[in-house]
Design a protein around this ligand. Structure first.
Ligand code: PLP
Length: 388
């Protein structure tokens, strides 16, 4: 029944051309390979901040460190609580736990997969130091409701924007939303240098504090080993920054293409019996589409895993949804909540289903042809129909 003309030669990821090559040579020949005395990291920070409408951006080693540094700047300390969605990549909670803070998972919405703001509000205590919405697959969390919650409680937001390079909330860029945002440049992310991360700061003061903390507490021009604050070494190197400058220049075109493809794919998937694609929210006026996500409600974890393996056999870059963060041993190793796993699971019913029935496709599928979007849905339909 498989169509002989079906073609799954999606564009490869990561993409590069002579701009990355030229950047690497530029970094090599400038003779300073770290940011101190180099220019690529400085230029990248300026370009990345300007692109996102943020006063300042700080480049760091990776997205996990970007979150940890941002939480540190927000004053998260041992004993603090950080509210995170239960459905996310584990870095969201690990960053808080590395600082000795308790990561408090709350449920997500069944259709956007983003943090349930009412659940977040219910979890606020006098120890809450930050609320971390994750913009799942590029769809922004409800930044209006979250801004109100933040104003009402005095608890700052930290956007985990690891999926959301270039996203817009009602026309506003990530850096214009009033909160700090952390991004990742890991190999699969929407722009990449293999590893890397950045923090967008809404003001210069906190950028300076972040700069000190990401460089062992040492001021930019220090020659006397004066370490003004505690910190660590989260500095990005010049080679990575040169690659990221090239990647940033390519981002808009890729987002435009993915924004054309997702409505086509989403409609085709929605027509497959049993498949429910991630909802869109018209308030995310630009969605960079980090993943093409859908659910097959009713599947258990074993059935979903078998489906994903079948999709891979049929040629699709398919993956299982993130596991609920509280269902990994690492979550419980230190700085775990006082609640039991069962208690957390009981107040996260959506996450409990979503992590078992969720599937995602690599964003490079959305860089494919319009015809391929229908082929993807056809293959998903066939795989579901052929289930034992
Ligand atoms: C990728 C990712 C991170 C961490 O980024 P790294 O650069 O891999 O450390 C954080 N949060 C989310 C939601 C992610 O998907």
């Amino acid at each position: 029944m498989a169509s002989p003309t079906r073609n799954f030669d999606f564009p490869l990821w990561p993409q590069f051309d002579d701009t990355e090559r030229a950047g690497l040579i530029r970094a090599l020949e400038q003779g300073q390979w770290w940011r101190i005395g180099g220019s690529e990291v400085d230029r990248f920070e300026e370009e990345f901040a300007a692109y996102h409408g943020a006063p300042r951006a700080l480049a760091v080693t990776n997205g996990t460190h970007a979150l940890e540094l941002a939480l540190d700047v927000l004053g998260v300390r041992p004993g603090s609580e950080v509210i995170v969605p239960a459905f996310t990549f584990i870095s969201s909670s690990q960053a808080a736990q590395r600082l000795g803070a308790v990561a408090v998972p709350v449920d997500v919405e069944p259709d956007t997969y983003n943090i349930d703001v009412a659940a977040a509000a219910a979890a606020v205590t006098d120890r809450t130091s930050a609320i971390m919405p994750v913009h799942m697959a590029g769809l922004l969390a409800d930044m209006d409701a979250l801004a109100k919650l933040s104003a009402d409680t005095g608890v700052p937001l930290l956007q985990d924007a690891a999926h959301a390079h270039g996203a817009l909330w009602q026309g506003r860029r990530l850096g214009e939303l009033g909160s700090i945002a952390a991004l990742s440049f890991q190999n699969g992310k929407l722009m990449t240098a293999g590893e890397g991360g950045a923090v967008l700061f809404p003001d210069a003061e906190r950028y300076e504090e972040g700069f000190l903390k990401h460089s062992c507490g040492r001021p930019r021009t220090d020659r006397w080993y004066v370490h003004r604050t505690s910190g660590s070494n989260f500095r990005l190197n010049e080679f990575s920054a040169s690659v990221l400058r090239a990647q940033l220049a390519r981002l808009d075109g890729q987002i435009e293409l993915r924004e054309q493809r997702w409505p086509v794919l989403s409609r085709a998937l929605a027509a497959v019996p049993g498949v429910v694609p991630q909802r869109t929210d018209e308030r995310t006026t630009r969605n960079p589409h980090y993943m093409a996500m859908f659910r097959v409600p009713g599947l258990d974890e074993r059935q979903r895993n078998a489906l994903v393996e079948d999709l891979v056999r049929r040629g699709l870059p398919a993956f299982v949804a993130f596991r609920a963060i509280y269902r990994s041993d690492g979550f419980w190793e230190h700085s775990a909540p006082a609640e039991t796993l069962e208690q957390i699971a009981a107040r996260c019913p959506v996450t409990e289903e979503l992590f078992r029935d969720g599937v995602w496709l690599h964003h490079r599928t959305l860089l494919g042809t319009e015809e391929q979007m229908q082929h993807i849905a056809d293959v998903v339909a066939e795989a579901l129909a052929d289930r034992p």
